[in-house]
Design a binder for this molecule. Structure first.
Ligand code: GGG
Length: 361
């Protein structure tokens, strides 16, 4: 039987996106070598620097170029030289929408050996946030009236379709079925009386079809507090584009660092490539210093392998990361250590080799 070879589009993007990308590629290549598959990486320089040279974040045929790949591995996008809405709406959002990546899966898991800023984490943290990724508050509908005058006003519409809302809640329920059979839905229907009451209604409709899974609505402000006060009581959380984005930054913070958090932008039907990226941004404040934490990017690459059907490879990477954190004190500065990106990567690579030797003997 011929070995699988996966074609991956690599978009390092900006800032630390470049610094954490090669660690992820090195780890995946090492794991692939031992498990009988291989990767073909093709890098595209689409970024804020590309924008300054070409007037856009990616070329006009960028989406068609990406379409031929099996998956996309993205680093981080954003640079102080360009307003963030131009970089986000010039690259990430067009990719998510063109490829119908309507699920953004963002685990917040406290790994062994990592210090959380929370006082008591003895009951662990393992939350899976399912963020709606194709509509909601991230919308182009709206505009400004009377620009530059004292009567200026801005209108920003949020879009919630029955189809878009149903499918993300259904996806969260399917995940809950494999876990603790509990879903919490982030709402704000006391204040946002049209779209959020609609969201709640759809949530109720979906839950009625799954009596084996318990569903609970929580206002997003109370839920945000819950992430901090009782994270062990949360399992699968489903939220709109904006609520999911905000909750997952809290999720990353309580599991030790923004640098630890992975994410997957999924097209569950597999009609288009899915995209994998750490939750963190380009971190211009530390870019170029070689101290970025590569774990979020390596973990995102592991999620990519899982999506491609290489479960064993995913598990090996996760076991290796866990061992480094549990059995050594190698930590980048965001985790309170002094290790460089290269040292942290070397520790993960060594751990992969050690696990492989151990498992073979
Ligand atoms: N790797 C994450 C990244 O570059 N994020 C930029 C950003 O602003 N993302 C917002 C979003 O995920 O909607």
């Amino acid at each position: 039987m011929s070995e699988s070879r996966y074609s991956i589009a690599v978009l390092p993007g900006d800032g630390i996106g470049h610094e954490v990308m090669s660690p992820a590629i090195e780890v995946v290549d090492l794991v692939a070598e031992g498990l009988g598959f291989s990767m073909s990486w093709e890098e595209y320089p689409w970024s804020c620097a590309y924008y300054h040279e070409h007037g856009s974040m990616m070329p006009a045929d960028g989406i068609d170029t990406l379409r031929k790949h099996d998956a996309i591995l993205l680093g981080a996008v954003g640079d102080p030289s360009l307003p963030d809405h131009l970089s986000l709406w010039g690259l990430l959002i067009p990719i998510r929408r063109a490829f119908n990546q309507y699920i953004n899966l963002r685990p917040a898991v406290l790994l062994p050996g990592i210090a959380s800023p929370l006082r008591d984490t003895s009951r662990g943290i393992d939350i899976l946030v399912v963020r709606e990724n194709s509509e909601g508050e991230y919308s182009e509908v709206g505009g400004r009236v009377n620009p530059g005058t004292e009567h200026e006003l801005a209108v920003q519409e949020a879009i919630f379709s029955r189809r878009g809302t149903t499918r993300v809640i259904e996806y969260a329920v399917a995940l809950a079925t494999e876990r603790k059979k509990e879903v919490v839905s982030a709402t704000k229907s006391n204040g946002i009386i049209h779209s959020m009451t609609f969201w709640d209604e759809v949530f109720g409709d979906v839950m009625a079809k799954h009596p084996d899974v318990s569903g609970r609505l929580m206002h997003v402000d109370a839920l945000a507090a819950r992430f901090v006060s009782h994270p062990h009581e949360l399992d699968v959380v489903v939220g709109s584009n904006l609520f999911g984005d905000i909750l997952t930054d809290i999720g990353a913070a309580i599991v030790g660092s923004m640098g630890m958090a992975p994410s997957a932008n999924l097209n569950p039907e597999g009609e288009f490539p899915s995209m994998f990226e750490p939750v963190h941004g380009s971190a211009p404040d530390i870019a170029g210093r070689g101290i970025a934490n590569p774990i979020g990017q390596i973990w995102s690459a592991a999620m990519m392998l899982d999506h491609l059907g290489e479960r064993e490879a995913h598990d090996l990477i996760m076991r290796s990361i866990r061992s480094v954190l549990a059995d050594s004190d190698v930590r980048t500065p965001d985790l309170g250590g002094t290790a460089t990106t290269t040292e942290m990567t070397a520790a993960v690579l060594a751990s992969v080799r050690a696990h492989r030797t151990q498992e073979r003997s």
